[in-house]
Every structure is written in C-alpha cells, then in structure tokens.
Design a protein around this ligand. Structure first.
Ligand SMILES: [Zn+2]
Length: 164
C-alpha cells in the first residue's frame, strides 16, 4: 500500500530527532542488520525505560550469542550462570543475552522486528544444535524454566574449552 508510506514516515519523524540531535552522527550499523533496522534498534534502545535495555544492548547481545556459538567443531556448548549479577557481567550468561534480544524484539516496529527476528532465529538454530536438552530441567532450579533457551544443559564457565 504505497499510499500509506508517507504517513508512516511522518509519524516516525519526531522519534528520529529525539535521541540524536541533528548534529549527532547516526550510530553504527549493527552487524548482520540493515541500516534501517539498525536505526530502529538504536532508537528503541535510546528511548526505552526497561532496566535491561541500554544503548548498544542489541549489538552486545548479538556479539555474545555469536561468540558463544562460534568455537569450531561440534562439541556441545553449555550455557553457564554468571555469578555476578551486575549489568555488565550478566551478559556472560548467553541466556541473558538471549533474554535481552527477546525484549528488544517485542518492542520493535514490524519490519525491523521481522529482520532482527530472522537473524536471531538463525542463531537459535545453531544454539539448538550445539547445546543439549536438559532432561531434569523441571526438577532443578532454573531461572526461567518456561523459556526454551533455559531448558538446555548448563555447564560451568571454567570447564569450557576456549574462553567464550
Ligand atoms: Zn559484575
């Protein structure tokens, strides 16, 4: 419906100017995302009042997710709990990064959500092949047992090969 396009554009203009003034350069494009979607993500991050959302959280979460999945070979990977709960360290737990991506995904406008959703889905597919289901998840204390990315076997960060 091309007739709707100008209206849509006008509706988003005020948001464009709020987080970044005219003299502020556009933030970097997020690896794996189009410039348009990157901008939608940056805009959401800048405006969000969610405690877990801050400028750069999407990029950081995607990097963490990729790093976790990146060691070569097909040995299983085990997500591990990060003991320090501060906002910086908590991203060492790849599941926390996945939580953050989910939060961002819910709040994006449709087109940006679809694009980021495809990127996340491609990483999810790898996560599912590189982690193992936890058969005892319901008898253990799991942070969010209803969320599928928590229902995978956990490990200890010091037992992993490699540093990620
Ligand atoms: Zn910390």
């Amino acid at each position: 419906m091309p007739r709707n396009r100008p209206g849509e554009l006008r509706a988003t203009q005020p948001l464009l100017n709020r987080p970044y003034g005219w003299d502020t350069p556009a933030p970097d494009r997020i690896h794996g995302l189009s410039a348009r979607t990157s901008l939608a993500v940056h805009r959401y991050e800048a405006l969000s009042r969610d405690h877990d959302v801050f400028p750069g959280v999407t990029d950081r979460s995607l990097r963490r997710y990729r790093a976790f999945l990146s060691p070569p070979g097909n040995r299983p990977r085990y997500p591990y709990l990060e003991e320090c709960g501060c906002r910086g360290c908590s991203f060492d737990d790849v599941r926390h990064a996945r939580d953050a991506l989910d939060t961002v995904l819910q709040e994006l406008p449709p087109r940006a959500r679809a694009e980021l959703g495809r990127l996340i889905a491609s990483l999810d597919a790898v996560y599912l092949t590189r982690t193992l289901p936890d058969p005892f998840v319901d008898s253990r204390r799991v942070w969010r047992p209803e969320v599928w990315w928590y229902r995978r076997l956990e490990g200890c960060r010091y037992a992993q090969t490699g540093t990620t």
